[in-house]
Design a protein around this ligand. Structure first.
Ligand code: SF4
Length: 292
């Protein structure tokens, strides 16, 4: 069995920076609560817990038990930033620069009187955070079908996407919006806040999907960008399995496959990827022994 690794996978710039900032705080002897998970990966969260970086799941400063709180790479809304400052917490802000750009765009559009349509998962922290910069003028729409978009929308519309969506999906979303609502819109501003890191990983996964007959996608089940990679691979007709840990790999998945691809989301640490590759090599040996 040939194992091919994606040319671009694992920790993106924003996640690596956030994790490094947390580790530096721990080295300085600071106890920190992060407002939500620093990254959507349970192994990384557990590793940080061990060095004194705990998670406050509700993403609110209220009730934090440490002097220092950290804003995660996904960012938070304007009211949460004000709460943190108002309550006198020390803050470590790890908001990724791509997410910060999205927040600035939302605020700018809201200030100019636009209603902002955010193409994203309403439950995702990044989307909730960006919505919190729209000054009450934001509408989140989950997918290209435009389900959930009110029957009548204001005439000045700004459009922003969750940073981890694919360019194709964002283009389809905007195109569907224009077709369905051109009669209601007098002005539209489309802001491209898609993240280079994830689009590059998506392109690499698409290329790899052309070369393999089985794909293993490594990353947290709650990681949106990892899930997108799994979807991309499956859409290309490749037998695809998404795992968080190496011990989830099942031998029967590998029967009859000669070329296995490995890719991983932007929140997946190198250690998880290496463990998966090692486990695939071990499975290969097991299968070879059975047929020998
Ligand atoms: S995936 Fe992109 S937007 Fe998200 S943290 Fe990484 S670099 Fe930033």
């Amino acid at each position: 069995m040939l194992i091919k690794k994606s040319r671009d996978m694992g920790f993106c710039f924003g996640v690596r920076r956030a994790v490094d900032m947390m580790k530096e705080a721990a080295i300085d002897g600071r106890k920190v609560q992060t407002l939500g998970q620093v990254v959507h990966n349970p192994q990384v969260v557990a590793e940080l817990e061990e060095i004194g970086i705990s998670v406050k799941q509700d993403r609110a400063a209220d009730g934090a038990t440490t002097d220092t709180v950290a804003i995660t790479a996904h960012g938070v809304g304007e009211s949460t930033v004000n709460d943190i400052k108002g309550q006198g917490f020390n803050v470590i802000d790890t908001t990724c620069q791509f997410v910060a750009r999205s927040q600035r765009a939302a605020k700018h559009l809201a200030d100019k009187g636009f209603t902002i349509i955010i193409f994203g998962d309403p439950e995702h922290p990044e989307v909730k955070g960006v919505l919190g910069w729209c000054k009450g003028r934001g509408i989140v729409v989950k997918d290209e079908s435009l389900e959930g978009l009110p029957e009548y929308i204001p005439s000045k519309i700004g459009v922003i996407s969750q940073t981890t969506h694919t360019p194709e999906r964002y283009a389809d979303f905007v195109s569907n919006l224009m077709r369905a609502r051109i009669d209601q819109i007098t002005e539209i501003r489309i802001v491209n806040v898609l993240c280079n890191a994830t689009t590059s990983q998506q392109a690499a996964t698409r290329e790899l999907a052309e070369e393999v007959d089985l794909m293993i996608v490594v990353g947290g089940y709650n990681s949106a960008n990892t899930q997108h990679l799994a979807d991309l691979s499956a859409v290309n007709g490749v037998d695809t399995h998404h795992v968080e840990r190496a011990d989830e790999l099942q031998v029967e998945w590998f029967h009859g496959h000669d070329v296995v691809g490995v890719t991983a989301g932007a929140s997946t640490p190198d250690s998880s990827i290496d463990a998966v590759v090692l486990r695939i090599e071990a499975i290969d040996k097991e299968l070879a022994a059975l047929t020998a």
